[in-house]
Design a protein around this ligand. Structure first.
Ligand code: AMP
Length: 299
């Protein structure tokens, strides 16, 4: 089943207690694609500047990721800078330079309009609305966002929330969005806005999946050393949507498995900077880790 992702393509500058990477390729759409592509083909819509080196993402092309929808504009690629301290659950955004992203207006190529799975990765909510207006009714629309847009464009973001089937959000962001400092209450309030599925991520403590008739608590895979958490959220989404697309099912059991799969894929992302670790993994590696996690949580 085909997946369409629209989101940021970035050159990040990341600093963690394990090192500094001033030119780490990333962005929500690329992390998502790196995470979803071991499971299903992905088409990307986004924009880069003429400083973007496509050789850095060659591995994605070999995994059936299509970049026909990526525009190259005169100017600089979107750049984001982040610094993590000893407690890697918190990060400081050092800068957000939109560059070519500032005037980006997503154009969905005709061939992608009928994609069955749509992932609205982290970008301005107005752009997410523009994308929704251009696609034929996808089987599943999944939304991600971040604090930057919650504080900067909350009412537009709520318009997007009302139009999607699945909202993926972390605990802090859900509190900021709803004003309710409790995961389950906050998720229920968000569900009342429209999405049938709410997934709240809790970092190293896993995630919670909520639907009208199901509550599922997923543990995170314990990683020995978290080197760089950047992209964990987008990778979670990639593992989640990729799994659903591969199984071509949205039933209760598959949704639960997809959430676990998202967490496992994200556990690889954080082991190295950028998508270096994701570039190495295959479906087999993901299955092996899932089996280990199952053993850890069964009693
Ligand atoms: P995550 O760690 O999953 O939240 O995603 C990190 C990625 O989000 C980085 O690669 C950034 O380039 C990208 N990013 C950071 N800020 C923004 C923003 N305001 N809009 C879109 N993407 C962003």
């Amino acid at each position: 089943m085909s997946i369409l992702v629209v989101g940021s393509i970035a050159i990040d500058s990341v600093e963690t207690p394990y090192g500094k990477e001033p030119n780490a390729y990333g962005g929500s759409a690329l992390f998502f694609s790196a995470a979803a592509s071991p499971f299903a083909p992905v088409s990307v819509v986004g924009v880069v500047g003429n400083d973007f080196d496509f050789a850095e993402i060659d591995f994605l092309k070999s995994r059936n990721v299509n970049f026909d929808g990526v525009k190259v504009e005169d100017g600089k690629t979107f750049r984001w800078g982040g610094k993590y301290h000893k407690n890697m659950n918190h990060r400081d955004t050092l800068f957000t330079d939109l560059n070519v992203f500032e005037t980006f207006s997503p154009q969905i190529p005709d061939a992608y309009r009928s994609s069955e799975f749509l992932f609205l990765a982290n970008i301005h909510p107005q752009l997410q609305l523009d994308v929704l207006a251009q696609v034929d009714k996808p089987r599943l629309t999944v939304l991600d966002t971040m604090n930057f847009w919650i504080s900067g464009a909350k009412s537009l973001l709520m318009e997007v929330v009302r139009q999607v089937n699945v909202l993926i959000i972390n605990d802090q962001e859900s509190f900021e969005l709803t004003g309710i400092p409790n995961i389950f209450e906050s998720a229920r309030a968000l569900m009342q806005e429209g999405p049938e599925v709410i997934i709240i991520k809790k970092g190293e403590h896993g995630s919670v999946l909520l639907t009208k008739d199901d509550v599922f608590l997923a543990q995170a895979y314990p990683v020995a050393t978290v080197t760089d958490p950047t992209g964990a959220g987008d990778s979670f989404a990639g593992g989640f949507v990729g799994y659903l697309a591969a199984k071509n099912s949205l039933d209760k059991k598959t949704l639960r498995e997809a959430v676990v799969n998202g967490g496992i894929v994200a556990s690889f992302t954080v082991e190295d900077f950028s998508f270096r670790r994701l570039a190495q993994i295959t479906e087999k590696d993901v299955h092996a880790r899932t089996k280990k996690l199952k053993h850890m949580v069964t009693f």
